[in-house]
Design a protein around this ligand. Structure first.
Ligand code: CA
Length: 513
């Protein structure tokens, strides 16, 4: 879709081209360095949940307007269809399946990223930026289960992989410990009420999601029945830290306030900010002012809350006069999941809304619904807005891309699966820097041109193709975007060739030449 058609699809005519915040610049003016980068990563937000992608209006009113001044990528993908491996790949520039143990991490996981490897935030620091991480982490912290003492400075932490400032939830909102960790220290620690965390057994005297089910303010559907915090069952157990425990309803506001404070404190120097929102992951418990904003119950209201969080961060940039100097990227870590373990009526209230749009599958699956993402880039000072960009892109590319935009040389061995997509960021007509992408769920899939090959699942869950390639799936995404017609039998040579490409990517240990 060209820019005019895209604007038309948003109900806009030529007048929109001159609207405030909808800057239009001649090609070539964009070739300069962004002073700041703000990277906003939603959680489990689907293609169809964002109004300017999906058919359902009203869930993301700010983004739908904001994108008129930015670029809407239409072929962007998470490198995994779950949280932890996607986030690992973003920050290391390495596909997570290369490192065992990077599946969905428990809340007491050890830090999964080696502190001595190049990372995205380290490159941003090297370019002269102050680096901050606020929000969802889910990449572990400390030495790991049974060894991390939550009552002392936690080391190693996200601060040891390149972030100057961190304010994080350790894992996910549905996992213990249900506390915020600022620069490696739990916020609100009380020496008289020490925190303990484990994933094996409850502590005597603590409420229990199974036993005390009747008292929960949001019931669980599956899992999420161990510790009870803020009246909600979680995965994992904890005791102590009563004053430090988060209140779900306040979480989005707290993350936005910390993000805006970081921007304010660093407004006079270049900064890189990662904001990982909790929305719209479970448990979906938006602030009361958003309850009922949509007809879809907590899941829709959490989406509305996410949109408002983005609005507040962008308005902070605008208020400080930083918007034209700041590259903003807004995307999600994987596809949507409607029922993810709590009885929040998400399925019942879904109506005609399609969280993954017309794509097949959802979070956890190898289909497009698992990993094709909304991906919005906006930099009013340099990138012409109101356009679509069809370039093939993976979130694992963000490291090399941001490094190139900031003028940091990328060593050959660093971020081995990250491709520099800065050309296509600056010019939607520029081709993608990569010929293919690899995504993982429990198995790998390869996209190359219009073709997508999904490896058969071997015995066990070991990542990597180990079976007869002709037991896999092959789809022509141009003719069959819904991935309904498996063409392996019709195209056996292509399936074998794509399988061989995957084997080579595994054996080589890298995909960037
Ligand atoms: Ca996620």
């Amino acid at each position: 879709m060209n820019r005019r058609a895209f604007l038309r699809s948003l109900g806009l005519g030529a007048a929109a081209l001159a609207a405030p915040g909808c800057s239009v610049f001649a090609a070539g003016e964009g070739a300069r360095k962004p002073r700041n980068i703000v990277f906003i990563l939603a959680d489990d937000l689907g293609w169809g949940d964002v109004g300017c992608y999906g058919p359902t209006p009203g869930l993301t009113p700010f983004l739908d307007d904001y994108v008129k001044g930015g670029v809407r990528f239409t072929d962007a993908h998470s490198p995994a269809s779950t949280c932890t491996p996607t986030r690992y790949a973003i920050f290391t520039g390495q596909y997570a399946w290369r490192k065992p143990g990077t599946g969905i991490a428990p809340g007491d996981s050890a830090l999964l990223i080696d502190t001595d490897i190049p990372t995205l935030p380290k490159l941003m620091k090297q370019s002269g930026m102050v680096t901050g991480a606020v929000g969802k982490w889910h990449l572990g912290m400390g030495p790991g289960p049974g060894k991390t003492d939550w009552n002392k400075p936690i080391s190693p932490s996200a601060n040891d992989i390149g972030f100057d400032y961190t304010f994080l939830m350790a894992a996910t909102a549905d996992r213990t410990p249900c506390v915020y960790v600022e620069n490696g220290l739990v916020v609100g620690l009380d020496p008289d009420d020490p925190i303990e965390v484990n994933y094996k057994h409850n502590y005597p005297g603590e409420p229990d999601g199974k036993r005390d089910r009747a008292s929960l303010k949001m019931d669980w559907d599956f899992g999420h029945n161990q510790a009870v915090v803020n009246g909600i069952g979680r995965i994992g157990y904890m005791k102590g830290g009563k004053k430090a425990r988060w209140v779900d309803e306040e979480m989005a506001d707290i993350f936005v306030e910390k993000a805006c404070a970081f921007i304010e404190q660093n407004k006079d120097k270049p900064f890189f900010l990662y904001l990982g929102t909790n929305d719209i992951h479970v448990p979906r418990v938006p602030h009361p002012r958003f309850v009922g904003k949509t007809p879809f119950g907590p899941r829709g209201d959490a989406t509305y809350q996410f949109d408002d969080s983005v609005r507040r961060v962008i308005e902070k940039l605008r208020a400080l006069g930083l918007e034209r100097d700041t590259l903003v990227v807004i995307t999600s870590d994987n596809g949507p999941m409607v029922n993810d373990g709590y009885k929040d009526r998400a399925e019942e209230l879904l109506g005609n809304h399609k969280p993954a749009g017309d794509w097949r599958g959802h979070k956890y699956t190898p289909y497009e619904g698992g990993h094709r993402l909304p991906f919005i880039v906006c930099w009013p000072g340099a990138i012409p807005g109101g356009r679509d960009n069809p370039a093939l892109l993976s979130l694992v590319d963000l490291g090399a891309t941001f490094a190139a935009l900031r003028g940091v040389p990328l060593p050959q061995t660093a971020l081995p699966d990250s491709f520099d997509q800065s050309a296509t960021f600056l010019d939607p007509a520029a081709p993608s820097a990569r010929a293919n992408i690899i995504c993982q769920d429990y198995q790998l899939n390869l996209r190359e041109g219009k073709w997508k090959y999904i490896v058969p699942r071997p015995a066990g869950n070991a990542p990597g193709p180990k079976n007869n390639p002709l037991n896999g799936q092959l789809y022509d995404l141009e003719a069959d975007p819904a991935e309904r017609n498996n063409l392996v039998k019709q195209e056996p040579a292509r399936a074998k060739a794509m399988y061989a490409t995957l084997l080579k990517a595994i054996a080589d240990g890298r995909t960037r030449p």
